[in-house]
Ligand binder design. Structure first.
Ligand code: SF4
Length: 363
């Protein structure tokens, strides 16, 4: 299938889907633990659902260590999963290294955070792009024309100015454009962009996001945009999903999630971004704002994983895992929070039987 044919596929068509995706990394045993039967694990991603559609950007937002980059690597099948399913066009996929992986990578490409680390410093741009075109059999009859086409697509023009340069001769933004061009050489249907602008100068972040948006529209790409900056998610993504300690906690269209956040964690994330219209500069971290530390993912908190930091926590939050609850203010807006369960909230009212038990426990 060529990119031209792909671009004609209906916008909104589901390309890639994660269903109950789970990843636990075993922790190496200490000398003292060698004789213990129990093997600890980092619960990096737990039971996550996510859908990527053609012509649609989904932002995955969260603090460092929330599991969002692990999600990208799982979807790219760079990590084996512990549980759940990854479906490409509705079919379960479980790729292994070699040709099978190459076939999958041709349809699902990753863009990494650090464009300098992702390009080999001893090779020219021509080498990087030629190799990608050849690996994916997309060089056609005229390699030079294909190379020019790629650089034109990422607005590095005139192409002959860039082809024989080395990565260190380019700016950070230009290097990230080369990394994007290399991903496009595979003629993918989905791009997984892991913090693609966070290492770039603030003045050029917007240009790279605009390029990705233009590619989404022209090539009808499905894009996963991973970021810690919820303000940029509002600007760039159609849909925003918020991840905390390995679990999804809120999702919906970007305007609703960023302007009317429901989950207390999303509200804290937005409060930590001083100017919601800002795309430039770094956000304060929640720790800077005195909102506590993310929990250990080896022994994650019981119930709601956010409960040790949540200003709204109720007794039930410490024991029961919140389910996904529709908020009702906009189609598709949901949060995994007991605050939106009427029965739970009613039970916390003074005088209710449950509140009485809780009050007795505290006295
Ligand atoms: Fe806070 Fe409870 Fe909602 Fe978790 S479920 S975010 S602890 S109110």
């Amino acid at each position: 299938m060529t990119s031209t044919q792909d671009a004609k596929a209906p916008a909104g068509e589901v390309v890639l889907e994660a269903i109950g995706l789970t990843k636990h990394f075993p922790v190496r045993r200490s000398l003292r633990g060698l004789f213990s039967k129990q093997q600890n694990a980092v619960h990096a991603v737990d039971d996550v659902n996510l859908t990527l559609r053609r012509g649609h950007v989904v932002a995955l937002v969260g603090e460092s260590g929330s599991g969002k980059s692990t999600m990208a690597r799982l979807l790219a099948q760079l990590y084996p999963r512990t549980g759940g399913d990854i479906q490409l066009h509705g079919k379960s996929t479980h790729v292994r290294p070699g040709r099978q992986f190459r076939g999958y990578a041709a349809r699902v490409q990753m863009i990494f955070q650090d464009p300098f680390a992702s390009l080999n410093p001893v090779h020219t741009i021509r080498y990087h792009l030629s190799r990608a075109l050849k690996i994916h059999d997309n060089a056609g009859d005229d390699l030079e024309t294909a190379l020019h086409g790629l650089l034109n697509r990422v607005a590095l023009t005139p192409p002959e100015r860039y082809l024989d340069k080395f990565p260190h001769e380019l700016s950070g933004g230009q290097r990230q454009r080369v990394a994007i061009a290399r991903a496009l050489a595979a003629e993918p249907e989905a791009l997984l962009a892991d913090e693609p602008v966070s290492m770039l100068d603030v003045s050029i972040r917007l240009g790279v996001l605009n390029l990705l948006r233009d590619l989404k529209e022209r090539l009808n790409l499905a894009i996963l945009y991973i970021t810690h900056d919820i303000a940029s998610a509002r600007y760039f993504a159609d849909e925003t999903m918020v991840m905390y300690a390995g679990r999804m906690v809120e999702g919906g269209d970007s305007e609703t999630v960023t302007q009317s956040p429901a989950h207390p964690y999303t509200r804290l994330l937005i409060d930590s971004a001083p100017d919601p219209d800002r795309l430039t500069g770094d956000t304060d971290t929640l720790q800077d704002r005195g909102s506590g530390e993310p929990p250990s993912l080896i022994h994650p908190p019981s119930g709601c994983r956010f409960h040790p930091r949540c200003p709204m926590a109720m007794p039930r939050c410490t024991t029961d895992l919140p389910v996904k609850i529709e908020i009702g203010d906009a189609p598709g807006h949901w949060a995994a929070c007991w605050l939106f369960d009427e029965a739970t909230v009613a039970a916390q009212q003074p005088g209710s039987a449950a509140a009485g038990v809780a009050e007795e426990g505290q006295s």
